[in-house]
Design a protein around this ligand. Structure first.
Ligand SMILES: [Zn+2]
Ligand SMILES: [Zn+2]
Length: 336
């Protein structure tokens, strides 16, 4: 194993560590229907903890990589055909990139209470696969308390419970060229869940389609795949182009990775600029990075204070009594 000392930013292990979209986790006895697509961020959290550990100790095992992606690679079918790449997203100048995309995009606001959803969105909301609306946990719990726990909080469709019925709902929306559904199905093929056989080439095809339909999570994931060369021919520039395209439209996780890339390239100033933007959108990883940069004298105290204040403001905007109640409720379920 190659050990690198004294770097704030890890290399590819960090870039592979942020599955942004939902993951299905069965919670036996969970009384609320649509939570299947909700509680999905444990993998991301584990990866985050690993990453934070890396940064704290400043020992980065470059070729140990992320064990989750290793496991995924081992289950890949032998020598899959590489899917055709979609069109390269338009280039943006650095000035455009830094001056645009400071607001969270559509899908980060609950359609019922109209408040922004705290990051990571998957930990604080549920994707309703009937209408592909991301509804916050506060509204899910409120709907349940009104005796409507078995129907979608947004469109009132009866909740699908089995993998097959969830997939049937999703495929119907994919056929109607719904970008969120297409991204969802891509993620399901990537991880091999909802009863699907893992199929990474199919995942890439679907992410490419969803990206063409404007889905930012699809751009984020394509960025990861091209950056790492997973299931596609490695193309770092294309990977970054996908992240830029998403960050330009306000995708905080892509912004975070752009910062990480700049930091790794030694462009600390650009890294801080990216993380300042995503920290102010409520991304705690970005805030932590600015703190590290401050401790290593790549950022000023004033910059850290600005990031912290912006982060706290963003977080405050996501709070409501209904959501606090839901947080306590969902936390108690997880602890069971
Ligand atoms: Zn809501
Ligand atoms: Zn619905």
């Amino acid at each position: 194993l190659q050990v690198v000392e004294g770097r704030t930013c890890s290399a590819e292990s960090a870039f592979s560590a942020r599955p942004s979209s939902r993951r299905s986790i069965d919670l036996p006895g969970l009384p609320v229907g649509p939570v299947r697509a909700v509680v999905g961020d444990f993998g991301a959290r584990e990866a985050k903890e690993r990453r934070q550990g890396c940064c704290r100790t400043r020992r980065i095992l470059l070729d140990s990589d992320d064990d989750m992606s290793l496991a995924e690679e081992q289950h890949q079918p032998p020598a899959p055909a590489v899917p055709a790449a979609g069109p390269l997203p338009d280039a943006v100048t650095e000035e455009e990139l830094m001056s645009t995309g400071h607001e969270l995009p559509e899908g980060h606001t609950c359609p019922l209470c109209c408040l922004p959803i705290a990051l990571p969105v998957a930990r604080h909301s549920s994707l309703e696969t009937c209408c592909m609306k991301t509804v916050c946990h506060g509204c899910i719990l409120a709907s349940r308390k009104r005796g409507m726990g078995k129907i979608c909080a947004f469109c009132r469709t009866p909740t699908a419970h089995s993998d097959a019925s969830i997939l049937a709902q999703v495929r119907k929306r994919v056929d109607a060229r719904d970008p969120v559904a297409t991204e969802f199905l891509a993620g399901a093929y990537y991880r091999g869940n909802y009863g699907l056989q893992q199929d990474i080439p199919r995942a890439i095809e679907l992410w490419t389609e969803a990206a063409l339909l404007g889905n930012l999570i699809a751009h984020f994931n394509l960025g990861r795949m091209y950056f790492k060369g997973e299931g596609v021919e490695k193309d770092v520039a294309r990977g970054i182009r996908h992240w830029q395209h998403a960050a330009f439209q306000g995708h905080p996780e892509s912004r975070y990775l752009l910062g990480l890339h700049e930091c790794y390239e030694g462009s600390h100033e650009q890294a801080v600029q990216h993380w300042m933007i995503s920290a102010k959108m409520g991304d705690d990883d970005s805030l932590n990075k600015i703190k590290e940069m401050f401790m290593e004298r790549h950022a000023t105290k004033a910059q850290y204070a600005e990031a912290l204040k912006g982060y706290q403001n963003a977080l405050q905007e996501t709070k409501s009594p209904q959501r606090e109640e839901a947080k306590a409720f969902f936390n108690s379920l997880r602890e069971r």
